[in-house]
Design a protein around this ligand. Structure first.
Ligand SMILES: C[S@@+](CC[C@H](N)C(=O)[O-])C[C@H]1O[C@@H](n2cnc3c(N)ncnc32)[C@H](O)[C@@H]1O
Length: 401
């Protein structure tokens, strides 16, 4: 696929370099706070792009946003508590501990020791909290990249909140895999254990008219000369926003399913999935929405699934139905970011078409989606869509940054 080609028709604006930084934000200095306690390890030198990424996470606001996302934080707390008979008396590693919230849940679930690792300066604040609530005898905060820190024992549990927009943005699962391969004991528990990325075609004419149609009549002036530029500015990059479930035009397609007990880094660098949908209604096709869920299962459950010829979760390349999103969940926790489920700070990630396509009911949309991680920087991920619809072929190449 030619990365420089935009969406089909030949009408789409040309590719432009990425502009925005999401999630990781400007660093705020830690003025007025206490210095790192003596025992906190100095962070090792990170590559420049990593330094910018970790500086973003030094700001408390980003952690506040995540912690205030109750769907996220309560699901993690519930999952940890559901596994407390496994966690009690055991050693836990929290990969990317942030403020230490998940480490604290694990301590309260009875962990004997928790290694809370974060390369961002937020680790300094986490250590302050740990001390203040008298958990220093259980939680050891390590200020450094999980790839660089030393932990002199194997661990029974790895917990991590590694999911980015469109699941894989930030590429943090790679660090969880590194930690798993270095320290997790055989039979150890990983929370979350499974993750699934979905995509579905969506209609959103209001968004299109708000961002593009608007220029047709601006206080009575026809500014349609700006239309191509407006489309480019509005829809060149993926947008993070909430899509009402009634705007979803077909059952979601499973782009990627990850078993965190077995996934390897190479599997995540680049992958392609072929989709086939029939539109459930007559509507303009405005784009494709991505979302994910994660599940929290014991290693023996995951191992049993791997032995089944057809695992009970939605397998890659399959079309999910409205039930199988929860089919695996029984009593175990499930964190869903799907349209129609309680909203999370991840919302959905939407790749808009520059021009809508009018779909008839049952009209077929088929094609492929490819996700490519940037090896140099976790702040870039490419998404390539190639599809056929109504006898025409289309392509869109987007960069999430
Ligand atoms: C999404 S936040 C989650 C924070 C916290 N666990 C929570 O649930 O609120 C991810 C955190 O992981 C840290 N992080 C990402 N990659 C890391 C790595 N390779 N080593 C250490 N920390 C990492 C970031 O600095 C950030 O604080």
């Amino acid at each position: 696929m030619n990365p420089s080609s935009s969406q089909g028709h030949g009408a789409g604006p040309p590719e432009r370099p990425p502009r925005r930084r999401r999630r990781a934000r400007r660093r705020r200095r830690n003025t007025g706070t206490r210095a790192a306690p003596e025992q906190a390890q100095p962070p090792p030198v990170a590559a420049a792009h990593d330094a910018a990424y970790f500086n973003g996470y030094a700001q408390l606001g980003i952690h506040e946003e995540m912690i205030k996302d109750q769907v996220r934080t309560k699901t993690y707390r519930d999952a940890i508590m559901q596994h407390r008979s496994f966690i009690r008396g055991k050693v836990v590693l929290d990969v990317g501990c942030g403020t230490g919230i998940l480490s604290m849940f694990c301590a309260y679930a009875g962990a004997r020791r928790v290694y809370a690792v974060d390369a961002s300066d937020i680790a300094i604040q986490a250590e302050l909290v740990v001390e203040a609530i008298s958990l220093s005898n259980i939680i050891t905060v390590l200020h450094g990249r999980v790839e660089d820190v030393d932990i002199n024992e194997k661990v029974d549990v790895i917990v991590s909140e590694w999911m980015g927009y469109i699941l894989f943005y930030e590429n943090m699962l790679k660090s969880v895999i590194t930690a798993r391969d270095r320290w997790l004991k055989p039979g150890g528990l990983i929370l979350p254990s499974h993750a699934t990325l979905y995509v579905a075609p969506v209609t959103h004419p209001d968004r299109y008219s708000e961002r593009v149609g608007f220029w047709r009549n601006v206080y009575g002036i026809d500014m349609s000369a700006l239309l191509n530029y407006a489309k480019q500015c509005a829809f060149e990059e993926p947008l993070v926003e909430s899509i009402p479930s009634e705007n979803v035009l077909a059952w979601p397609h499973v782009v990627k399913h990850v078993d965190c007990y077995t996934v390897i880094v190479q599997e995540l660098e680049s992958f392609t999935s072929n989709f086939y949908w029939k539109s459930m209604m007559r509507a303009p096709l405005n784009g494709f929405a991505f979302w994910f869920n994660v599940e929290f299962h014991k290693p023996e459950v995951a191992a049993a699934w791997r032995r089944l010829p057809a695992p009970p979760y939605a397998s890659e390349g399959s079309s999910a139905n409205r039930y199988n999103k929860r089919a695996t969940s029984n009593k175990d926790s499930l964190l869903s970011t799907a349209p129609g489920d309680p909203p999370t700070h991840w919302q959905q990630t939407v790749i808009y078409l520059y021009d809508p396509i009018d779909l008839e009911e049952d009209q077929v949309i088929e094609g492929s989606v490819t996700l490519i991680q940037n090896r140099e920087s976790r702040g870039f991920m490419s998404i390539e869509l190639a599809y056929l619809c109504g006898g025409h072929s289309f392509r869109k190449f987007s960069v999430m940054n």
